[in-house]
Design a protein around this ligand. Structure first.
Ligand SMILES: Nc1ncnc2c1ncn2[C@@H]1O[C@H](COP(=O)(O)OP(=O)(O)OP(=O)(O)O)[C@@H](O)[C@H]1O
Length: 536
């Protein structure tokens, strides 16, 4: 590999020894200019390096008088990918890993961005702001970017570019440590606004992305963290600002369907048959059934929005590994009614009662003889309960047969303080109230399988029914399955960005194993958490 500075000095020495010509004089002049010296560090070095690359040749540097102080002009020969195996991975339509645009103020065709890790970036030959003057001797001034891409795509054999270095200095040192969790799915092929679809990076909700460039306000560059090859070319992703604008513009569309929304989340009327004496804390605290539409009254305290996720776009994350003296992360289980959250929780508790625990709910109902304070419930007076409601003590609470039932944050904290893993099932909208650095909740969404699989797997299963108090359980109906699927879909649409893990509960034993393994991993392995949880 050439040493650029050495090479440029050597070149200047040699030029002084040859017969003077206008070109050599000009080149010597260029090499002596102070800003050319600077550029030599950031630009010439890489350009001279290309001498080592058989696919790239530096031919000439000469003055372009029409361009004022940006007068160095160089010509590069890049062999077409069809003829050079070294470049087969490069898409020439992206100008060897760079995108182009028309500069609105000057009308020039300029390099809009160089894809990190792509051929252009690796060669160091092409820089953002460089002007594309000619391709194979054809001036590019009057061409639009689409025409240029088409010329490149059609070109056979060697392709010669004339490029004028832009005045833009090299980008600031990038902060290579920005990682985000994507909170939405993105398919560049379906994005009409992306400057180059092939330059886009496809990702799915939950993917961790390494952001390698945020220089452009609209299009960032990123790699998927899971992609093993760190040298893989980065791809374009919508910047936070762009995606925020899009989400905000989409919002009115959602408001056109208020009925559907309330059908799923708002029209719930009845609290489940609550905790049986032996399973208090095991039953979902406020599993509400849409069909149970009698007059019981349910109120719920909404979280105060300390989620740190205002719009589901990107969540900055950091690697985290629990230290032995740190509390375990709170495990939140959520899912549509009847999907199997209680069953999975029960199995976890049975599998290791010393390790897993549940928080004890509060109630105003009378204590039964065999019940102990603080075991099945905390028994409190109606007056105390109502005072606690006003003091926002409850994460969720409701009223059933004239008695209050509620789950408090204090109960959760007590379990966490005992160095146990607190398992809590909640309705999705309660998650945000618990989304704090103190509890670091790990949110698991239990999702139903397809309706065909539900019919098969739940043939003998029974579900709670509060319609008939004499027979509080019944077998699943077709409508239950359909409701479960519709409700799961609505939950995912609205709260999916909060779910760290989605478990499809088809085969119960398999779902349990997957859940238990996942919980073991977050206790022992390094994983990602929101960076706001690390700065307390
Ligand atoms: N994968 C499965 N295969 C077969 N039966 C299942 C499966 N998962 C759960 N069940 C059964 O389905 C019924 C409902 O499960 P569970 O009570 O855990 O649901 P849930 O999500 O807690 O809903 P709810 O809060 O409304 O009771 C139970 O009888 C349970 O044993």
């Amino acid at each position: 590999m050439f040493n650029a500075s050495y090479f440029s000095f050597q070149l200047a020495d040699e030029l002084r020894c040859v017969v003077a010509s206008p070109e050599t004089t000009e080149l010597l002049y260029l090499l002596s200019k102070p800003h050319v010296q600077v550029r030599r560090e950031c630009t010439f070095r890489s350009r001279f390096r290309c001498m080592d690359n058989p696919a790239l040749h530096l031919f000439l540097i000469q003055k372009d008088a029409s361009l004022g102080y940006t007068y160095s002009l160089y010509i590069l020969l890049l062999k077409n990918k069809k003829q050079n195996n070294d470049l087969t991975s490069v898409d020439i339509s992206m100008f060897q890993g760079a995108t182009i645009k028309r500069d609105e103020s000057t009308g020039a065709i300029v390099v809009a961005r160089v894809m990190r890790g792509g051929a252009a970036d690796r060669s160091g030959l092409i820089h953002e702001g460089d002007k594309l003057k000619e391709i194979n001797g054809v001036p590019m001034e009057d061409k639009n970017p689409e025409e240029i891409i088409s010329i490149l795509a059609k070109s056979e054999g060697a392709v010669t570019f004339k490029v004028i270095p832009g005045t833009k200095e090299e980008p600031e040192t990038l902060d290579n440590k920005i990682f985000v969790r994507a909170l939405f799915d993105y398919n560049p092929q379906a994005d009409p606004a992306i400057p180059c679809k092939d330059a886009g990076l496809e990702f799915w909700r939950g993917d961790v992305l390494h952001i390698v460039s945020q220089e452009d306000d609209t299009w960032w560059q990123a790699r998927r963290h899971s992609d093993a090859d760190a040298n893989l070319r980065a791809g374009l992703i919508p910047s936070r600002q762009l995606q925020e604008r899009r989400v905000t513009l989409q919002r009115p569309a959602v408001l056109f369907h208020p009925l559907r929304e309330s059908m799923i989340f708002g029209d719930v009327k009845l609290i489940d048959l609550f905790f049986s004496s032996t399973t208090a804390g095991l039953r979902k605290s406020f599993r509400l059934s849409r069909k149970d539409s009698k007059s019981q009254h349910v109120r719920q305290k909404m979280g105060k929005g300390n989620a740190g996720i205002h719009l589901p776009i990107y969540q900055e994350v950091l690697p985290y590994k629990r230290k032995p003296d740190e509390p375990y992360r709170l495990v939140l289980l959520t899912g549509p009614s009847g999907v199997g959250v209680t069953e999975l929780k029960r199995r976890l508790l049975l599998s290791d009662p010393e390790h897993f625990s549940v928080s004890v709910p509060y109630t105003t109902r009378e204590q039964k003889k065999h019940e102990k304070e603080g075991v099945e419930y905390h028994f409190v007076s109606k007056h105390t309960f109502e005072k606690d409601i006003l003091n926002h003590k409850f994460l969720e609470y409701g009223e059933y047969k004239g008695n209050y039932y509620g789950m408090s944050l204090d109960s959760v904290r007590r379990v966490v303080a005992e160095s146990k893993v607190c398992l809590l099932d909640v309705k999705p909208h309660t998650i945000t109230a618990l989304y704090t650095s103190e509890l670091k909740p790990y949110v698991v969404f239990v999702k139903p399988p397809s309706i065909e699989s539900l019919r098969l797997s739940r043939r003998k299963a029974k579900v709670l029914s509060s319609q008939n108090e004499q027979t509080p359980t019944k077998i699943f109906t077709e409508e239950d399955f359909q409701d479960m699927i519709t409700s799961a879909q609505a939950m995912e649409n609205k709260y999916g960005h909060l779910f760290e893990k989605v478990i499809i509960n088809d085969d119960l034993a398999m779902a349990f194993t997957e859940l238990r393994d996942e919980l073991t991993k977050i206790e022992t392995d390094t994983h990602w958490i929101p960076n706001t949880w690390a700065h307390v």
